[in-house]
Design a protein around this ligand. Structure first.
Ligand SMILES: *[C@@H]1O[C@H](CO)[C@@H](O)[C@H](O)[C@H]1NC(C)=O
Ligand SMILES: *[C@@H]1O[C@H](CO)[C@@H](O)[C@H](O)[C@H]1NC(C)=O
Ligand SMILES: *[C@@H]1O[C@H](CO)[C@@H](O)[C@H](O)[C@H]1NC(C)=O
Length: 251
């Protein structure tokens, strides 16, 4: 007898990689901290040491490594169900060597999140079998807006659940198409000049924040495949901040 279930199983066996990718692994979660002296955002992705997050960076760059030609390094973060960290995950990543100047003192490199096949985001997508997607909630410095200075990033996309408030990746206030997928280093919002980024690389156009709106204390959902940016309302306006993510390991 013809069974739809069996048919699906055999389809999956004959195209295992497709099914695995579609079925998905678990996204990775990391705390995001704003460095007071440089105003750059970092995440502890290299043996617990911070990498600077760079939305316009095409690659992972380490400040010190054995070869000038690039290296394979081990990075780590926690798998997540969107509500809590679940368990630590380490994975190999290709990195280049020699970082831009003016990194925060503790930083050991840069995690480029730009539209490139060698970006941190693309490498997480390949190794973890998750979407090439980022849910990013940047913390404030605690002065201009409420909340402390720890935000959250989920590499692989959502859900991103705040305790008792639900999945905010499904509560977007709007979306905007992204440009910049044909060789340019960053993501541009229909603001050819306004680039989504915060690292000012020498010799490049200044990285301006998105058109007039603040990136901090909003949830941004950057979908590289759909070339779309989603954003929620200002979280402080609904009694939350990016610091509300629950970083306690799930029991
Ligand atoms: C780096 O790459 C260049 C060109 O491919 C090569 O000539 C050189 O030997 C390499 N250096 C190291 C340290 O691997
Ligand atoms: C995983 O999460 C726990 C709890 O928040 C944290 O202490 C630990 O540093 C995280 N591990 C990594 C690799 O980020
Ligand atoms: C955070 O997560 C832990 C582990 O699941 C849970 O015990 C705790 O109640 C959560 N905290 C909040 C504020 O929801």
């Amino acid at each position: 007898m013809w069974s739809p279930k069996l048919f699906l199983v055999s389809l999956c066996i004959s195209a295992l990689s497709t099914c695995t990718a579609a079925g998905g692994g678990k996204p990775l979660v990391s705390a995001v901290t704003k460095d007071a002296s440089t105003s750059l955002y970092t995440a502890p992705l290299k043996d617990g040491r911070p990498l600077v997050l760079d939305l316009s960076g095409p690659v992972i760059t380490l400040t010190t490594c054995s070869s000038k030609n690039g290296t394979v390094t081990t990075l780590s973060a926690n798998a997540t169900d969107g509500a809590n960290p679940l368990f630590p995950v380490s994975f190999p990543a290709a990195a280049s060597c020699g970082a831009p100047p003016k990194l925060p003192a503790a930083a050991v490199g840069v995690a480029g999140l730009g539209p490139s096949s060698q970006s941190f985001l693309a490498q997480v997508a390949r190794t973890q079998k998750v979407a090439n997607k980022l849910a990013l909630c940047l913390p404030s410095d605690g002065k201009t807006t409420s909340g402390n200075s720890v935000g959250v990033a989920i590499f692989g996309g959502g859900p991103l659940i705040f305790p008792d408030r639900g999945d905010f990746t499904t509560m977007l206030a709007g979306t905007a198409p992204l440009r910049g997928f044909s060789g340019s280093p960053g993501y541009y919002v229909s603001a050819n000049t306004a680039c989504l980024g915060f690292v000012r690389a020498a010799g490049q156009a200044p990285a301006a924040v998105l058109g007039g709106f603040q990136m901090e204390n909003r949830l941004l959902v950057l979908d590289v495949e759909k070339k779309q940016l989603g954003f929620t309302t200002f979280l402080n306006g609904v009694g939350l901040s990016c610091s509300n993510f629950n970083f306690t390991l799930a029991a």
